[in-house]
Design a protein around this ligand. Structure first.
Ligand code: SF4
Length: 118
């Protein structure tokens, strides 16, 4: 039996989580105050995911803040950022506009997080 200690990132409470694993499979989670912590812990020890924030440069060279519209596998973060760097959105950009439709083949789009004009 292996035990992994984590801090939940589900909300500012930051609960101390403890996950017991048997052969890499989570069998119990303790320390969570709500179900989000249990789900986070189980996912973090088996298939960790993250929301990625970055900045794209418009065709005019103006920075456009962006983020993934959902979480992507942690191992895909650098590929997602690479796709963002290749994107050259035309201005104006509105908050929520899709900048990369399918970031690194994850099926998750990257969207603008701010209105940006020239
Ligand atoms: S377990 Fe629930 S209450 Fe605790 S940090 Fe995570 S989301 Fe917040």
């Amino acid at each position: 039996m292996e035990t992994v200690k984590l801090i939940c990132i589900g909300c500012p409470m930051g609960c101390d989580l403890s996950v017991d694993l048997e052969n890499g499979v989570p069998v119990s989670v303790t320390g969570n105050t709500c179900p989000i912590g249990k789900k986070y812990a189980e996912e973090e020890v088996t298939a960790p995911k993250r929301t990625v924030t970055s900045t794209a440069l418009s065709k005019d060279g103006v920075p456009v803040p962006v983020k993934t519209a959902g979480t992507v596998p942690k191992g895909a973060i650098f590929a997602v950022v690479s796709d963002v760097k290749k994107a050259k959105p035309s201005l104006p950009v509105r908050i929520g506009d899709v900048i990369v439709p399918d970031a690194a083949g994850t099926g998750v789009p990257v969207v603008a997080t701010k209105d940006v004009s020239r």
